[in-house]
Design a protein. Structure first.
Length: 475
């Protein structure tokens, strides 16, 4: 039977990849054809995304895909991390560099916002967990700091929307990425007028919402030319929030399974059909983000391998240049349970020097201080596993279900130690895979849109059929 080629561009906060997917009607195979590091850019005391570099890398990915397929690509889709955005003026020009969600401008902003509109009301309107990184708080900070930008903006595009716009000239807000902003009402399925009004943010900067599986547009002539493409290439809306795509490709078996998407963040939760917005979910700060096929991603953000990424960056600067697999090997050989940290303690959000901050945290909490790379990394992996266990127990109460299986996906599952600790500490079965869940989910939305597969259920069967899951049992 015929094989079709699709391209998935998946941009995470730490790295990005362009993947070529081949679908033969039976199996799906993905190959990384281009990868690059991400991480943000410091400039003038602020922290931004290097949008020019990211756009160049995406074009590089398309170029390579054109080369290996001889231009025979059915469609492409793009996803990125959540909450960040760019603003366009009335001429469609980018007004400033998109900020990195870890920029300090949102420090102290949530408290100011709560004076304008209550926490409870925001939660009832959006069902989104409170984190200072949310678009809501970023926009409020923007309004206070640089009102002339927002007051002259015509269009807000979230990161994947913005990159799709640069590729196609078409302006949309994709549904899954819109939902995580804390500006969208999942019950009414539209922007929360209440929130925009209360904060004085103009709601008309928001665009028409587009759903995964629909065509955004064709590549602009200049982009095609740069990528060496002669024919047209359709850019499709996918679950353009990376977590939405990751969940879409998680081969969940039944109602007793949770997903744990492991990358810069750990996203742990369940797929539901209706939002859970009540006193308890607010107290536990669980989020109701929207997913592919209108599912609800009822989950919690846990600070994830950001902790390891930042240690690695500092160790490298100090001349100890270890790879991720070397770090996890060193951890495996280190003394267990030397120290434990709360990954979500604010001190870990954007420290200058992560290893120093971890040591300081241990001193403050009267614990042994990790001395070696292995000890420090091991403590991080163990702490993450303890956090997962805690969140699973809360989730069980919130949805009144017994959770048996943990489906781990994403780059982090290459740290086998983390998967094993998660099984051991939670005393539950871990099924790991796919590593490339996000790119896979991106491709699934394209396949559904193209009519090549029927729905998400069929998509997950395809995933099960195409890759081997790795099982970790608690010891
Ligand atoms: P994001 O999309 O958030 O940028 P990824 O899902 O690509 O992140 O996951 C990246 C993380 O996966 C790294 O920070 C690292 O901790 C972990 N990782 C990647 N490769 C390996 C490896 N070979 N061994 C252990 N961990 C790894
Ligand atoms: C994971 C992720 C997560 C968001 C965060 C900003 O990559 O998209 O779902 O909360 O980045």
């Amino acid at each position: 039977s015929r094989t079709i080629n699709l391209l998935a561009c998946d941009l995470g906060a730490s790295n990005g990849r362009a993947q070529l997917a081949r679908f033969d009607g039976n199996k799906l195979k993905l190959d990384v054809i281009h990868n690059f590091t991400n991480g943000g850019a410091r400039l003038n005391g602020n922290f931004y995304w290097d949008i020019l570099a990211l756009f160049a890398e995406i074009k590089q990915g398309i170029k390579k895909a054109v080369k290996v397929t001889d231009g025979d690509i059915h469609s492409m889709g793009l996803d990125t991390w959540g909450v960040d955005y760019g603003l366009l003026d009335e001429n469609g020009k980018l007004m400033s560099l998109p900020y990195h969600y870890r920029d300090s401008r949102t420090d102290g902003i949530p408290a100011e916002v709560f004076k304008e509109i209550g926490k409870k009301e925001i939660y009832q309107e959006t069902g989104i967990q409170f984190m200072q990184i949310n678009t809501l708080f970023q926009l409020y900070a923007e309004l206070k700091e640089r009102p002339w930008i927002l007051n002259n903006a015509a269009t807000l595009l979230f990161m994947p929307d913005l990159l799709n716009y640069l590729l196609t000239g078409k302006k949309y807000n994709e549904h899954t990425i819109a939902s995580t902003s804390q500006l969208f009402n999942p019950l009414k399925n539209t922007w929360s007028e209440t929130i925009f009004k209360s904060l004085g943010i103009p709601v008309d900067i928001m665009q028409e919402v587009i759903y995964p599986g629909n065509k955004i547009g064709g590549l602009l002539p200049e982009v095609k030319e740069e990528c060496g493409l002669n024919n047209d290439l359709a850019v499709m809306a996918v679950g353009s929030h990376d977590t939405a795509s990751a969940v879409a490709a998680t081969p969940l078996e039944d109602e007793n399974g949770v997903y744990l998407s492991s990358g810069t963040w750990s996203l742990l939760g369940m797929e539901l059909t209706e939002p859970v917005i009540n006193e308890n979910s607010l107290t536990e700060n669980f989020t109701n983000e929207l997913g592919v096929e209108n599912r609800v991603r009822f989950l919690k953000n846990i600070t994830g391998l950001w902790l390891i990424q930042e240690c690695k960056r500092i160790w490298q600067r100090e001349g100890r240049d270890l790879s991720y697999s070397e770090i996890s090997r060193a951890a495996a050989q280190a003394t267990p349970f030397k120290y434990r940290l709360d990954p979500d303690d604010p001190v870990f959000m954007k420290p200058e020097n992560m290893p120093e901050v971890i040591k300081e945290y241990c001193r403050k909490t009267k614990q042994a201080v990790p001395e070696t790379i292995g000890e420090m990394a091991r403590g991080v992996y163990e702490s993450l596993a303890f956090s997962y266990d805690k969140v699973i127990k809360r989730l069980e109460k919130l949805v009144d279900r017994k959770i048996k299986n943990i489906h781990m996906v994403g780059g982090g599952i290459q740290a086998e130690l983390l998967c094993q600790y998660t099984a051991d500490i939670s005393k539950r079965r871990v099924l790991a895979g796919p590593v490339e869940a996000t790119a896979t989910g991106n491709v699934l939305a394209q396949l559904i849109g193209l009519g090549e597969i029927k729905d998400l259920k069929e998509g997950r069967e395809l995933v099960r059929n195409s890759i081997e899951l790795k099982e970790y049992l608690p010891v």
